[in-house]
Design a protein around this ligand. Structure first.
Ligand code: E4P
Length: 218
């Protein structure tokens, strides 16, 4: 499973990208709104750092407007993936982008049928939301597994981005369930690296080394 960062914050993108593990970025209007500057500028900055798909979400609610917004985003770089909310209007826009060779990420996927519909409209990616499903007492990881099974059975090339990830456990389980990509906040990426036994181990190595050095130099 590839790792994407889910943020519109340029410092977080840089920090994660420096780790060498980031294959792409996803943004959404809520994340973009936190940045307090024009989204086009944010997108431009992210595109300057990341060598991989960068999802930019349309905010119009009708296919015509989604298409206009998405085409503007896509004109910036072939790394841009137009993120489109699931729905009838969204699917029309996705079908249009697919014909023009523009990558799409259909977001707010909560059922296997939604993923099937998005894929058949020509979506490059679908984004099932784990945490938001768990918040309403449904199993988000089972959804990932179901979509992965369906795509394998029918040889559907659309890739699954496990989204709305909150914990390292979500990451492990989404990868095991067959997600091609997991998109997550920087804080989760940081947690994936950490373990108290690693910290203890580093400390012990350094303590032992200092003692040895002190004995040799004494
Ligand atoms: C993914 O592309 C979305 O931006 C993201 O994961 C949204 O979900 P959340 O707000 O529940 O984290």
């Amino acid at each position: 499973m590839k790792i994407f960062i889910d943020t519109a914050n340029i410092e977080e993108v840089k920090a994660a990208y420096d780790l060498g593990v980031i294959a792409g970025v996803t943004t959404n209007p809520s994340l973009a709104a936190k940045e307090g500057r024009a989204f086009e500028d944010v997108l431009h900055d992210i595109l300057g750092i990341v060598d991989g798909p960068v999802s930019a979400q349309v905010t119009d609610t009708e296919a015509k407007g989604m298409i206009a917004q998405g085409e503007d985003f896509a004109a910036l770089s072939d790394k841009v993936t137009v993120k489109v909310p699931m729905g009838l209007e969204g699917l029309k826009a996705v079908a249009h982008f697919a014909k023009r060779g523009i990558k799409t990420n259909v977001t707010l996927i909560f059922t296997i049928n939604q993923a099937l519909m998005a894929s058949r409209a020509g979506a490059t990616f679908v984004s099932p939301f784990i945490n938001r499903l768990e918040n309403v007492n449904h199993d988000g990881l089972q959804l990932i597994e179901g979509i992965a099974d369906l795509f394998t059975t029918h040889a559907i090339p659309t890739e699954i981005i496990a989204a709305s990830i909150r914990t390292p456990y979500h990451v492990t389980k989404a990868a095991q369930a067959g997600a091609h990509i997991g998109t997550m906040p920087y804080d989760v990426i940081r947690q994936l690296v950490q373990h108290p036994l690693t910290d203890q181990g580093v400390k012990k190595f350094l303590d032992d080394w200092s003692k040895y050095q002190a004995a040799v130099l004494a």
